[in-house]
Design a protein around this ligand. Sequence first.
Ligand code: KG4
Ligand code: ZN
Length: 374
Amino acid sequence: MAADALILGIESSCDETAAAVVERGMVVRSSVVASQNEIHTKYGGVVPELASRAHMERMLPVIRRAIDDAGVRLDQIDAIAVGHRPGLIGSLLIGVAAAKALAWSLGKPLVGVDHVQAHLYAGMLAEATDRASNEATQVNSEAAGLFPALGLVVSGGHTSIYLLRSWLELERLGATIDDALGEAYDKVATILGVPFPGGPNLDRLAQSPGANDRIEDLPISRLAPTSLDFSFSGLKTAMLYQVRGVPEHPAHRRADSRYVPPPPLTDERRRDLAATFQRAAVRTVTLKLERTLDQLRQRGVHPKSLLTGGGVTANSRLRSELSVFAQSQRLALALPRMAYCVDNAAMLAGLASHYLNAGRTNDLSLEPVPTTAC
Ligand code: KG4
Ligand code: ZN
């Protein structure tokens, strides 16, 4: 790869149409994300057919804008990267078709990237304007010092821990057995009556002045003693009981037993429950990271860094607790800038530069795949 290689990234796995131009695998020259929130909000979730149609309408304008914002011409692009897995099949198809058409017509390499792996790369990205001082650039330019690395992806669809030996060698060590962390945030926001978008609004409410993060004793799931998997369904159900009351179990029904309603959901209690949930949810994550690190060290593997990504890395409490954890464990921490926590195309283009260097490119038979490779 030329030292100043420019890669165009294309993302359409769910309900964000995105394109970005990334230079040298880390400097974001442009990143355009067209969200479809306004289309899906009224249905309470993403409607796949509507998402595909919106991608079709937006894909070319979004790519054009990414190219214009970067101040380059299409013929100056060195490769086209596309998130081809995992995701909604109809949505992925639009991005993959656009990427193939561009790669073929420009005669440039096509690079298929796994969206979940790309989230782990988001902390490497720097803005073009702050090249000199940016920590991410520094971490990336010292890539030899990153590996082996511990990886954490926490998003609306995934909650997984990885061991990375390089950007190309990745082993999944644990994953959620039920809800993803972002999904739990969104569902608990609904339970508490916190408006859309649930995750960020719940985070804000939990951080409000005076919030008590220990108002109730909520479950922090550990699973089996050596398990590196996650579970958030018990925590979510515990929150439901806090708001609606514990349903009377038929087996325990006695003539004098009756349903005891929960305390009224005042603004103050809603705020305290949000903070208490947030404390338990974040502790579930740091607990599993501690356990993973212990197990890896016992195996003689000594991670040098913690690479993180996914929508929930935007969470204020998770960010601060990950910083404390990384510092205490002497790990270099790569936390994405806010713009690159959620779905974007810059993370795909950045990771693709390492694939391109290793000769890992695809031909026009590249297919969209609904499941992840990791
Ligand atoms: O990575 P992402 O954009 O999409 C997936 O690939 O899933 O993540 C979206 C998820 C949503 O569940 C959203 O509620 C959550 O990330 N999220 C947050 C915060 N910001 C976004 N969750 C908690 N706190 C936040 N500040
Ligand atoms: Zn994602």
